[in-house]
Design a protein around this ligand. Structure first.
Ligand code: HEC
Length: 187
């Protein structure tokens, strides 16, 4: 009896949610332009990287103006996390996780910064500035030269220092082609 009335209640509330939605006419199909704004994900292998390019030299200016207040001078940390250094500490009692010590793929560093930073205004910089500031953080970590332009072609080819420091979840291991499916480079 209890189960039956619970089921009835569920049906009734679903019906009422749908009718409220109809009554107030909220919700509408997203337009292709709206989807475009949100469709910015970048895979570890670089699929989805936008046009644009920038050097670490220019990225330093972008960083000072938009990032340093939180991440500190030279990305050494402040009210936002430290982005530089920590190599060789992950297996110690005091691991320091940074872009240089921890992140396995450069393409997803770009993706994260492009999607989420600068913290109060994510997405507010140009793609050129996002490439430049990514190049600057990689440069501070000794991963990218200061005056070479980073772009959608060379960024995914960077091999991050901790590239092989991650293991595939045991339950994923037997899935067919798991790396290709995730968009991960196989090397
Ligand atoms: C208002 C403060 C603030 C500003 C400005 C800011 N960040 Fe951040 N940033 C944060 C916080 C807080 C986090 C952690 C967010 C989380 O863990 O959810 C973060 C995380 C990050 C990370 C990931 C670090 C890691 O190892 O997990 C990167 C990379 C990063 N920010 C880069 C930038 C860049 C580049 C800029 C400038 C374009 C920037 N941030 C501007 C506050 C800020």
């Amino acid at each position: 009896m209890f189960l039956r009335s619970a089921a009835l209640l569920t049906v009734l509330s679903l019906v009422s949610i749908v009718s409220v939605a109809r009554a107030y006419d909220f919700g509408e199909p997203a337009t292709p332009q709206e989807i475009e704004i949100w469709n910015i994900d970048v895979s570890p292998n670089g699929t989805g990287l936008p046009e644009g390019s920038g050097t670490a030299e220019h990225g330093k200016l972008v960083f000072v103006a938009n990032c340093q207040a939180c991440h500190g001078v030279n990305g050494q940390g402040g009210i936002g996390g430290r982005l530089v250094g920590g190599r060789g500490t992950l297996a110690t009692a005091h691991p320091v996780k940074t872009v240089g010590s921890y992140w396995p793929y450069a393409a997803t560093v770009f993706d994260y910064i492009h999607r989420a930073m600068p913290y109060p205004k994510p997405g507010s910089l140009s793609n050129d500035d996002y490439y430049a500031v990514t190049a600057y953080i990689l440069n501070l970590n000794g991963i990218w030269p200061s005056n070479e332009k980073l772009d959608r072609t060379n960024l995914p080819k960077i091999k991050m220092p901790n590239r092989n420091g991650f293991i595939v979840f045991p339950e994923w291991r037997n899935w067919p082609n798991v790396n290709a499916w995730r968009g991960w480079p196989n090397n």
